[in-house]
Design a protein around this ligand. Structure first.
Ligand code: IMP
Ligand code: MG
Length: 180
């Protein structure tokens, strides 16, 4: 079972649910009367996106993009490739980039710059997790769910080698799982 590979639970289902509800309430206030377009960066943010969008009481459009920056490893390559671009025209939209984790920041730095060139009304970042210890790019999130220590985490959308995304909580993997 997946849970046999987890050393400890960092954020339980209840903690995640409560924090997402708070973020949703805050975003509902901040985006009242705006043209909110939530942009999910697949695949890691899919679970967070699905919960967060339902915690927002104002109208919101959604779109998805796929980038690759990591391959199957644990460390950032620093190279960001657009695998699937957005479908919606960004002019006049208030973009909220929804991410699973802000780590080195290389991925979001690149995406934010690219989307800014398309003349949205505004652009902000909402990340479920922030790992500031590993930041390389000069970028901050406007909304952060939780600040986490420098440990590799999985679950609630986050993967190790495409596994563990369907864990309902966020946990730290046992070190022996990496070395297999
Ligand atoms: P960054 O470009 O280094 O900020 O990397 C962001 C991406 O790396 C995230 O969207 C994740 O897919 C992945 N990533 C970074 N840290 C972790 C982690 O602890 N667990 C799982 N994926 C991670
Ligand atoms: Mg990943």
């Amino acid at each position: 079972m997946m849970k046999d590979d987890i050393k400890k639970v960092l954020l339980s289902e209840e903690e995640l649910h409560a924090r997402v509800a708070m973020l949703g309430a805050q975003l509902s206030r901040d985006y009242a009367g705006k043209n909110l377009l939530m942009v999910s960066v697949l695949k890691g943010s899919v679970v967070f996106m699905a919960d967060l969008m339902r915690a927002i009481s104002e109208p919101a459009e959604i779109d998805f993009m796929v980038v690759s920056s990591y391959g199957s490893g644990v460390k950032s390559s620093g190279v960001v490739k657009i695998v699937k671009d957005l479908d919606i025209n960004l002019e006049g939209k208030d973009i909220l980039i929804v991410e699973d984790i802000l780590d080195s920041g290389m991925t979001l730095d690149y995406i934010k710059g690219m989307l800014l060139d398309r003349n949205p009304s505004s652009i902000r970042i909402c990340t479920l997790l922030d790992k500031p210890a590993r930041r390389k790019a000069d970028i901050q999130a406007d909304y952060v769910g939780f600040t986490v220590p420098d440990e590799f985490v999985v679950g609630y959308g986050l993967d190790y080698d495409e596994r563990y995304r369907n864990l309902p909580y966020i946990g730290v993997l046992k070190p022996e799982v990496y070395s297999i």
